[in-house]
Write a protein that binds this ligand. Structure first.
Ligand code: URP
Ligand code: ZN
Ligand code: ZN
Ligand code: ZN
Length: 488
């Protein structure tokens, strides 16, 4: 039957090791990984000779069917996931936005949107305000609802932004629950100031977006969040690291022993800001995301940081808005919905940019596109590995084939593509999700409703020993110094 699969003769790659072996799959689970597996003729056999057999990509950062900046992203949980499957990604973690301040209402709304899913998914929760109820609901999310990470926005003033007092409350709560705090690191007050400055100068076009929120504001907020996480002694995950400034703060903190994770996104790794100066508004507006795509040089520095381990995994921040939606900001860049695509392109572009160029090994590729995400969010080895017992989310990549990106043939609903015209080496020829072949011969067989909600438990490896560090700190504090009450 179709639920039995044998992948023969490929190079099976895990984050720790690669070897030539067969992979046998039954009912959505990997049953065996070893050379020369013999099977009956009721098993579908795929020949992977000369190709790489790897864990399906896990995208730690997407926004499907999100209401944002007065509109809703064009890709929903079916179209976005179908695009993902065509590009070798078999799971993503999306961000739940609370509804009227309620986390549980937000989660219910997102679970509803996700009913049409054709691949597995998990959720982070955005925290956009703070009160007793939010604090209580965070506990419910972690203990009962399968959420083990919360995102705090230091930008989007007047909308999602929180202040330092609330960030501290959030960090403390995350720590007590064993949940990972994530941060959008830009100084929202300064961005607001920068935007006013650009409008006053008459710079109302898309280039004003980048000019109003330069790298220094990303560096400042990253440094601040890292220091506050250090003060609380809890791990921190910095999403969409777009600049050298932010990356260097993360590298410095990691060098000092702090548990900080840095997530660059594919747009920041392979693009520069030149498109924002395109004289055609739509051509320029498609590059608008926050933090902005930076000047040439930041891209190469982020790649280097990934290859040396200063940054740990790659996301997309897939947040797709069509030309008609981008046009909301035709007279004022502040009204251009923020976000670019990437869910379909990440695996190919990271392969070409990082592996094909010789910057990282194939095992490192698996680590930064899949395994590290599974470990950080506590899904390993169910996800992120080709091991007996793991979920059968698998890709077959042909290193000698090539890919080409264009809006004319991509699977997203987007009418543009921020990576339009890019080509490169290495092509995902087969995607297997939940043990089923969903992408083969450039044909997609995505089945609505086949994706599962993956509940994520708290206390991933990032929390190992945190309690001991705290105990050591407390015992290091001496008894209060006894001082005479007499006036001197
Ligand atoms: O421009 C972006 N990044 N849009 C998505 C929302 C966010 O901040 O991640
Ligand atoms: Zn092994
Ligand atoms: Zn963000
Ligand atoms: Zn995002």
């Amino acid at each position: 039957s179709a639920s039995k699969l044998l992948i023969k003769g490929g190079t099976v790659v895990n984050a720790h090791h690669q070897e030539i072996a067969d992979v046998y799959v039954e009912d959505g689970i990997i049953v065996a990984v070893k050379p020369n597996i013999k099977v009956g003729d009721d098993v579908t056999v795929l020949d992977a000779t000369g190709k790489f057999v790897m864990p399906g990509g896990i995208d730690p950062h997407t926004h499907l069917a999100m209401e944002f900046m007065g509109t809703e992203t064009i890709d929903d949980f079916f179209s976005g996931q179908a695009a993902a499957l065509a590009g070798g990604t078999t799971m993503h973690i999306d961000f739940v936005i609370p509804v009227k301040g309620s986390l549980s209402k937000g989660l219910e709304a997102y679970k509803d949107k996700a009913k049409k899913s054709c691949m597995d998914y998990g959720f982070h929760m955005a925290i956009t305000k703070w009160d007793e109820n939010v604090s209580r609901e965070m506990e419910i999310m972690v203990k009962e609802k399968g959420i083990n990470s919360f995102k705090f926005f230091l930008a989007y003033k007047g909308a999602l932004m929180i202040n330092d007092e609330l960030l501290l409350e959030g960090l403390k709560k995350c720590k007590s629950l064993g949940a990972l705090a994530m941060v959008h690191a830009e100084n929202g007050d300064a961005v607001f100031e920068g935007q006013k400055r650009m409008i006053e100068l008459g710079i109302t076009g898309p280039e004003g977006h980048a000019l109003s929120r330069p790298p220094v504001l990303e560096g400042e907020a990253t440094a601040r969040a890292i220091r506050l996480a250090s003060f609380v002694n809890t791990p921190l995950y910095v999403v969409h690291v777009m600049s050298i400034d932010a990356m260097e703060e993360i590298a410095k903190a990691r060098k000092s022993g702090q548990r900080v994770i840095g997530e660059p996104v594919v747009s920041g790794l392979v693009l520069d800001d030149s498109g924002l100066w395109d004289p055609d508004f739509i051509n320029a507006a498609k590059y608008v995301m926050s933090p902005p795509i930076r000047a040439l040089g930041h891209d190469k520095a982020l790649q280097a940081a990934l290859s040396t381990g200063n940054l740990q995994l790659v996301g997309t921040d897939h947040c797709a808005f069509n030309s008609t939606q981008k046009a909301f900001g035709i007279d004022d860049f502040r009204k251009i919905p923020n976000g670019v695509n990437g869910i379909e392109e990440r695996m190919h572009l990271v392969w070409d940019t990082m592996v094909e160029s010789g910057q990282i090994s194939v095992t490192d590729y698996v680590r930064i596109t899949s395994t590290e995400c599974a470990r950080i969010f506590n899904m390993y080895p169910r996800k992120g590995a080709i091991l007996a017992g793991s979920d059968a989310d698998i890709i077959i990549l042909n290193p000698n084939s090539s890919f080409q990106i264009t809006a004319r043939s991509h699977h997203s609903r987007l009418d543009t593509n921020v990576f339009e015209g890019r080509k490169g080496k290495g092509k995902v020829e087969v995607t297997i999700a939940g043990g089923k072949i969903v992408w083969e011969n450039d044909e997609l067989k995505a089945v609505p409703g086949s994706g599962k909600y993956i509940e994520m438990q708290p206390f991933s490896y990032l929390f190992n020993g945190i309690d001991k560090v705290d105990a050591k700190y407390l015992s290091s504090l001496q008894a209060p110094v006894q001082r005479s009450k007499a006036a001197s």
